[in-house]
Design a protein around this ligand. Structure first.
Ligand code: FAD
Length: 447
């Protein structure tokens, strides 16, 4: 049986970053990836002659670990198109133009939105995102859903629904009654502040030339034949000396094992002896959010000639947010819109042509009938892929972050765990995957 210093399971950004740092330090590493490609939740696909980023794509200025890695790999970035007016679709489905960050709502509602942003900013400033369970109000914030917490904060429905939009549909992609107020504060603290999350120019700042999937591709190229594809790990047997990893009936030995998977997917692997009960409970209380990312390419970016940036928000719209997603150097124009949580459930029940029609109709509420006739329409479908199962990422149900959050970081014998979904800074983002991969490698080298 061939043996390695470290076997990394999963060739997403977490696993590849860990493996590359270990290889650089002189370790003999092997990466086992179940899919026939690297990248996990990062992928670029060609449709009708254009590239579409199906998974993660944006980079924001707080994502310093990812930005440093892009630099190290020699990958360039470009800015998202954002010149012109943004749109806000109100309850009556009227699209109203605005500039800057202040939504075109009644003055009192605008002030209430700003006040609520301030309250969440203050809570986030008191949190170490690596230890959210140590927040001074952790117990109180984790025992209520974000929806309940928001209801108690304000009587202004429009202010409430807009704040809910930023953290529910737009970020955790779950209904706001299904995650705790503490998780909402974690999401904010992980990006530096809630103010960063509500600022689309900040949080959706840059894209990578060639796509964000160039990051795992470049790391995998450096690792060369240390990455094995179509290698679905089914069993890890361990003791204090090391582990035996089973893949396609073959066994490989390892002094260390890294399971660089979303917590939900650790459960797909048989581990013997079994994980301690609390480690299992922790992962049983994690689940994926759900979002449909719809990218719609037109012959021209027609909204630009009307003085529109392509950015739009509609807390009551099927497509709750939309942006100009035109590819670097392309003459066609592309919009990207998102349909989240319960709306994504409803859309998932429709035949593909009806779903497409409903999503285009919602885009037309922002941009008029010109939005109804694209040249290419592409939906990302992660929920039907067994090796992911949702989008963007996993998070805890109400009450579980304080109860089991710390367990997700504890090694068990020679096995370590990590993914963007358990990161502090960069939580649920590629930056978090880079940070987790780097930390896992450092911990192994230091042990
Ligand atoms: P993953 O990418 O999920 O990697 C895990 C890997 O493990 C996968 O390749 C999987 O196939 C493999 N695997 C699972 N089980 C096994 C097994 N038993 N054996 C072997 N291999 C196994 N982030 C941003 O920063 N910016 C964005 O704009 C953004 N937008 C997003 C949009 C969408 C639609 C989605 C889905 C995600 C988005 N994200 C974004 C999130 C980002 O893509 C993820 O946070 C990040 O890619 C996760 O990396 P990871 O390595 O932790 O996990």
């Amino acid at each position: 049986m061939k043996s390695y210093d470290t076997v990394v399971v999963g060739a997403g950004v977490t696993g590849l970053t860990a493996a590359w740092r270990l290889a650089e330090a002189g370790q003999d590493v092997l990466v086992l990836e179940a899919r026939d490609r690297v990248g996990g939740r990062l992928r670029t696909e060609d449709h009708n002659g254009s590239d579409f980023e199906i998974g993660g794509q944006w980079v924001s200025p707080d994502q310093e670990a990812l930005i440093a890695l892009l630099d190290e790999l020699g990958l360039a970035t470009y800015s998202r198109f954002r010149d012109g007016d943004s749109l806000y679709v109100d309850r009556t489905r009227t699209a109203r133009r605005f500039t800057g960050e202040d939504l075109p709502v009644e003055e009192q509602t605008g002030k209430e939105i700003d006040r609520l942003i301030g309250v969440i900013d203050d809570l986030a400033a008191q949190m170490d995102p690596d230890r959210p369970w140590e927040h001074p109000q952790a117990a109180e914030l984790d025992r209520v859903s974000f929806a309940q917490w928001l209801d108690a904060q304000t009587t202004d429905d429009e202010a409430r629904d807009n704040i809910a939009l930023y953290l529910g549909p737009a970020m955790l992609t779950k209904p706001t009654h299904s995650f705790s107020a503490l998780t909402a504060v974690l999401m904010s603290a992980s990006a530096g502040s809630f103010s960063h999350l509500v600022d689309a120019d900040f949080i959706l700042d840059k894209r990578v030339v060639g796509g964000l999937a160039s990051v795992p591709a470049a790391l995998a190229a450096r690792l060369g034949d240390r990455v094995r594809l179509s290698a679905d790990v089914t069993h890890v047997a361990w003791d204090d000396e090391g582990a035996v990893v089973t893949v396609d009936g073959e066994q490989v030995g390892a002094r260390n094992v890294v399971l660089a998977l979303p917590p939900t997917h650790v459960r797909r692997i048989r581990i013997t002896p079994g994980l301690p009960a609390e480690h299992r409970h922790a992962r049983e209380h994690q689940s994926f959010g759900l979002v449909i990312k719809a990218q719609v390419e037109y012959d021209t970016p027609f909204w630009r000639s009307a003085g529109l940036s392509g950015t739009g928000f509609g807390p009551w719209e099927l497509v709750h947010e939309v942006y100009d997603n035109t590819l670097h150097g392309k003459e066609t124009g592309t919009l990207v819109g998102f349909v989240s949580d319960v709306n994504a459930d409803a859309m998932g029940r429709l035949p593909a042509d009806e779903r497409r029609a409903a999503i285009l109709q919602s885009l037309a509420a922002y941009f008029g009938d010109a939005a109804l006739t694209p040249r290419t329409y592409v939906e990302s479908d992660w929920q039907h892929q067994e090796l992911t199962g949702g989008a963007y990422a996993t998070s805890f149900d109400v009450g579980s972050l304080t109860r089991w959050g710390a367990k997700l970081h504890e090694p068990v014998g020679p096995i370590r765990f990590g993914s963007s979904d358990v990161a502090g800074l960069g939580f649920q983002h590629v930056d978090g995957a880079v940070r987790m991969g780097t930390r896992l490698a450092r911990n192994i080298l230091g042990s």
